[in-house]
Design a protein around this ligand. Structure first.
Ligand code: GSH
Length: 206
């Protein structure tokens, strides 16, 4: 099994953190996105969508999509549980994972890709208005997170889960996306950021 990784780009980082939380190591090959290594004919033959991360199994099967990769690894290495241990926990984790990916992560990704000059190499034509609109929507989403964290220790409930990984990676990507966390308010979100950022799995190693 081998992971095709992408340095500090946010989706690759989600899998890096997930692996550390699980305490497992997988052979990894770093692809330089800015050099378009993920778009080489060799890589397109493996993953025609030209995204990282993707996981290649020993029989050549390729799994792309961060959550699909994490879910597969969860099945192979069930402990510690990161996708929910009961029907309700699993539903909550799924609900929040989807909410965060579509309502928050993608907003921050669009902000970066349409506003940061270094993203042009990946995005091509950048539409600054779309970037700014997404910045605004990302900041608005913080209230939803604060509200959820007012009555729950973690994003999907009482325990740390894959939804926390997606959320913290998104917030850590604010800087390149040129988004600022408001200086005041959001007390529950701030408590959660401090707690989750201190986990050993958050250490940058690539
Ligand atoms: N939905 C995919 C998105 C993967 C994705 O877009 N990854 C970015 C890096 S964070 C990428 O590969 N970008 C390459 C490009 O835009 O050419 C997932 O969840 O893994």
């Amino acid at each position: 099994m081998k992971i095709y990784d992408g340095g500090r780009a946010p989706n690759p980082r989600r899998v890096q953190i997930f692996l550390k939380e699980k305490g497992i190591e997988i052979e990894a090959q770093q692809l330089d996105l800015n050099a378009h290594e993920h778009r080489s004919s060799e890589m397109l033959a493996k993953n025609p969508l030209a995204t990282v991360p993707f996981l290649e199994l020993d029989d050549g099967t390729v799994i792309s999509e961060t959550l699909a990769i994490c879910r597969y690894l969860e099945e192979l290495y069930p402990q510690p549980n990161l996708f929910g241990a009961s029907p309700l926990e699993r539903a909550m984790t799924e609900m929040w994972s989807r909410r965060i990916e579509f309502g928050f992560f993608l907003r921050v990704a669009h902000s970066f890709r349409h506003l940061h000059p270094a993203a042009e190499i990946l995005e091509g034509e950048q539409i600054a208005d779309w970037g700014r609109k997404n910045q605004k929507l990302a900041v608005e989403y913080l209230d939803i997170l604060d509200q959820q964290l007012a009555s729950h220790a973690f994003i999907a409930g009482a325990r740390f889960s894959v939804a926390d990984i997606t959320t913290i990676v998104t917030i850590q990507f604010f800087k390149p996306a040129r988004i600022q966390l408001p200086e005041e308010g959001l007390p529950h979100l701030r408590r959660w950021i401090d707690t989750v950022s201190a986990r050993p799995s958050m250490e940058l190693t690539v």
